[in-house]
Design a protein around this ligand. Structure first.
Ligand code: SAM
Length: 258
């Protein structure tokens, strides 16, 4: 581990979790940090936009790349919904929700919106509920649903915005994934089959059936998948598609609609 990073991480751990008091538990955590365990798991939370995101059930740690595009999405949505609320109800979906960071920050930033969260892993469903609670979101504004992609969703419910950050790393690229990610983060949140497109395909194939005619999808992906995904979007009958880079100059997300 990089020495400078370790020094910084040690300082954050002491401040955030131990109120600057060195204790035997702090020393135990320090040993785990040295072994490569992510600081965010040791501290037990991280920040995503202006939300505190609890990580005690160990979902995927929200990434800076995700935070980047979600912030861009919020800027667009702000403009799009101006003057629409409260006349029309706007309902969103955070699919593959994990910690719930995307949907929780959405609900916190847009007090008039409602959202459904879907996730396959039962522990992460609990995690989402914790994060909704600690961020003060009124329970009338959301539903948390256990679902394998769209399997448990009602087709009659159409969404204005669907956000998806699916597991999209290709198993073939496993050797390029950081060791600490492989060791500590949930594999089911990371890998999307041989080409990484397994869940992206399942998602895109069905998402249009759950979208309002004027609705919009935001989807995160890996830069090398750009061409394949653009083809899928056409094949599955979406009419619009825009592809964007992340803060590091890599193709990272798209918006599409009907
Ligand atoms: C890349 S993580 C995204 C987490 C969070 N949205 C974020 O951006 O940090 C993908 C999530 O999808 C969930 N997942 C994997 N397969 C799924 C499936 N078939 N149906 C629903 N959720 C699934 C994983 O458990 C994981 O929490």
């Amino acid at each position: 581990m990089n020495k400078d990073y370790f020094k910084k991480a040690q300082k954050w751990l002491l401040e955030e979790k131990y109120n600057n008091q060195v204790s035997s538990n702090f020393k135990k955590d320090l040993a785990r940090l040295k072994q490569g365990e992510p600081l965010d798991y040791l501290i037990g939370f991280c920040y995503f936009l202006d939300c505190k995101i609890n990580l005690s059930f160990r979902p995927l740690i929200p990434r800076a790349e995700t935070e980047y595009w979600v912030e861009k999405a919020f800027d667009e949505i702000k403009k799009e919904i101006e003057g629409v609320l409260p006349q029309k109800e706007i309902v969103c979906l955070d699919m593959f929700a994990g910690s719930g960071c995307i949907g929780v920050s959405l609900l916190k930033n847009f007090p008039g919106l409602k959202a459904d969260f879907t996730e396959k892993n039962g522990d992460f469903l609990k995690q989402i509920k914790v994060n909704l609670k600690i961020n003060g979101i009124n329970a009338k504004r959301y539903r948390v649903i256990k679902s394998n992609v769209f399997s448990r969703l009602d087709k009659k419910r159409k969404y204005d915005y669907i956000f998806a950050n699916p597991p999209y790393v290709s198993v073939r690229r496993k050797s390029k994934v950081e060791r600490s990610v492989l060791k500590w983060e949930p594999a089911q949140a990371i890998f999307g089959g041989k080409d990484g497109l397994l869940y992206i395909k399942k998602f895109l194939k069905e998402a249009k059936n759950f979208l309002q005619p004027t609705g919009k999808i935001y989807l995160e992906f890996d830069s090398f998948q750009k061409k394949a995904i653009e083809k899928l979007i056409k094949d599955y009958g979406y009419k619009t598609c825009r592809v964007f880079k992340d803060q590091y100059g890599r193709w990272r997300y798209l918006t599409c609609g009907l």
